[in-house]
Ligand binder design. Structure first.
Ligand SMILES: O=C(CO)COP(=O)(O)O
Length: 274
């Protein structure tokens, strides 16, 4: 491995735990103007205060909003976008590895949609950016979504295993995927993938405890990263949520232990407001 890639990987994957805690704020182009992300400056301040390893963002947000926090968390530069509404099977390139280097990013992140009519183009794009990222010593993160006519259930473990393995086959370092619903089925997804498997949040729960339980179960079967968005920044106490996730990811806390960390972080927030 290039030394540059190793240095960057060690910034986003905590060397002590071997795991990555990332938060993503890349939703608006894909999903529309979600209320929780309208005030992106306030979201960014709270996310940085929670001390995640990395934050996934598009280039304009990196430049206009993240800049004051440079060095406090890694930039994972989002380099593709699609539209859930207008073209849900085509994730199109919007940035490149050269820009990731220029922004000081520690990884570049793309989406790739398999199981739909655009699969061939999507894999061509992934193969190309994998080559470019490798040449620059830039870790590659990809969210391989199984979507489209061939996919009946996006959470089916067999379908997810295909998706993560497709990413590993093309040299992706960290592959984001969806929860399959149980530890037993998720084990088969992780086992299919020689790269790091990370979990996206989606709409898999209602409470913080739901997400902590899902994360704990996935960790127990070998998952090594999270890139959570919606449930983190739409929560009224974003920084405390990130700190509780950090206890799970980096200190191997139980769900109960992580909830205690959350309560303690809330108390600290109250003290600061006094
Ligand atoms: O990867 C993600 C979006 O790009 C995950 O975000 P959510 O947790 O909101 O699903």
């Amino acid at each position: 491995m290039f030394l540059g890639k190793e240095v960057r990987l060690n910034r986003i994957v905590n060397p002590k735990s071997g795991r990555m805690l990332a938060v993503t704020v890349d939703h608006p182009i894909t999903r529309g103007m979600m209320p929780g992300l309208v005030d992106i400056r306030s979201v960014m301040r709270k996310v940085v205060a929670g001390k995640p390893d990395g934050i996934t963002m598009h280039k304009g947000i990196a430049e206009k909003v993240f800049a004051p926090y440079a060095g406090q968390a890694s930039i994972i530069l989002k380099a593709s976008a699609y539209s859930v509404q207008y073209h849900p099977t085509y994730d199109t390139p919007v940035a490149d590895v050269e820009e990731a280097v220029r922004f000081g990013a520690d990884a570049i992140s793309v989406g790739c949609i398999v199981g739909g009519p655009d699969q061939a183009q999507q894999l061509t794009f992934l193969g190309k950016i994998s080559k470019e990222a490798a040449s620059a010593g830039m870790p590659l993160v990809a969210h391989i979504y199984p979507k489209g006519a061939l996919i009946k259930d996006q959470h089916d473990a067999e379908v997810l295993a295909y998706a993560v393995r497709a990413g590993a086959e093309l040299g992706v370092d960290i592959i984001k995927t969806m929860w399959s619903g149980s530890a037993e089925s998720f084990r088969s997804v992780v086992d299919a993938c020689p790269s790091i498997v990370a979990l996206a949040g989606g709409e898999m729960g209602e409470t913080l405890e739901d997400y902590l339980r899902m994360t704990r179960q996935a960790l127990d079967v070998g998952m090594r990263g999270v890139t959570y968005g919606r449930f983190v920044w739409s929560h009224p106490h974003t920084s405390a949520v990130i700190k509780s996730l950090s206890a799970l990811m980096h200190d191997d806390a139980s769900v109960e232990g992580a909830l205690k960390v959350y309560e303690r972080a809330l108390e600290e927030e109250k003290d600061l407001q006094k």
